[in-house]
Design a protein around this ligand. Structure first.
Ligand code: KIV
Length: 294
């Protein structure tokens, strides 16, 4: 596989590209990234969109869930991603309590993602209860992606990380929420951990593209947490994840070898060291001797 950067840069992906892809029934690829090298790789791999997800809290910062993640955490990592990726649509995830208490606060915080962190859009969780918030942010000129189904910021309300929309009543509520989010101006919607038939139905009913995670093949695009996909998250692998690499094992092995080399004095070898020219070295020794004598 060619790992070099493409010679002619791809055209920037925008929310309009998302819309066109939906109309042309072209699947949208999206991944999370939280740092410069991952963003760079995602861009070079041709990924359409990067989500700087608040999953950051779990897979990078080591928290049990996403709730402790702050605006400052998010902006810091969004900036790193924006330095690495120029083509994908960049979406910043609004952290817990950055948009729930008032629409004014939500607009201010959403604006910071674009003004201070190089993002193109924001994502927030929730359905009808967030309608006014989404409307206000969109009215400020900030594209909003919705997020329905298993919304991790509601982990305590759900009683754990559980699939959603499995009963007819719960599924109907999600269909309605999806319509509401479209109506108030969301440009796209993540559907997380919902039955595949339901995600397909919602995708067919909406004019905006749906991006699925654990929601089957019927969505308009797919997203995964990159640390799950590359096997870098050590705690668990969600059942809906396809792992394309086992990076944790590779990194572990490399670090074990390094540790062995250092403790056996096998690293650094001459080729990893710098040396003075012999004449400079001898001059140093002589001058040190002279200084000693004097
Ligand atoms: O935070 C995140 O990474 C997300 C995705 C799982 C959609 O919200």
């Amino acid at each position: 596989m060619d790992t070099a950067a493409p010679s002619s840069p791809r055209k920037k992906i925008t929310t309009r590209t998302f819309q066109l892809k939906k109309q042309r029934q072209e699947p949208i690829s999206m991944l999370t990234a939280y740092d410069y090298p991952t963003a760079l790789a995602a861009d070079r791999a041709g990924i359409d969109s990067i989500l700087v997800g608040d999953s950051l809290g779990m897979v990078v910062l080591g928290y049990e869930n996403t709730l402790p993640v702050t605006m400052e955490d998010m902006l810091h990592h969004c900036r790193a991603v924006a330095r690495g990726a120029h083509t994908p649509l960049l979406i910043g995830d609004m952290p817990f309590m950055s948009y729930q208490s008032s629409s004014e606060k939500a607009v201010d915080n959403a604006g910071r993602f674009l003004q201070q962190a190089g993002m193109d859009a924001v994502k927030l969780e929730g359905g009808r209860e967030r309608a006014e918030t989404v409307r206000s942010i969109v009215a400020a000129g900030i594209p909003v992606m919705g997020h329905l189904g298993l919304t991790p910021q509601s982990v305590h309300a759900f009683g754990g990380f559980r699939a959603q929309g499995k009963t007819a009543a719960a599924a109907k509520r999600l269909v309605e929420d999806a319509r509401i989010l479209q109506q108030v101006g969301a440009f796209s919607l993540v559907l997380e951990a919902v039955p595949a038939q339901l995600a397909k139905l919602i995708s067919e009913q909406l004019e905006i593209p749906t991006i699925g995670i654990g929601a089957g093949i019927g969505c308009d695009g797919q997203v995964l947490v990159t640390h799950d996909l590359i096997g870098q998250f050590d705690r668990f692998v969600p059942a809906f994840v396809k792992q394309y690499a086992q990076i944790h094992a590779i990194v572990l092995e490399a670090m074990q070898h390094y540790h062995l080399d250092v403790t056996a004095r096998a690293f650094p070898a001459d080729e990893h060291s710098i040396f003075m020219e012999e004449n400079e070295w001898q001059a140093l020794l002589t001058s040190l001797e002279d200084g000693h004598d004097g």
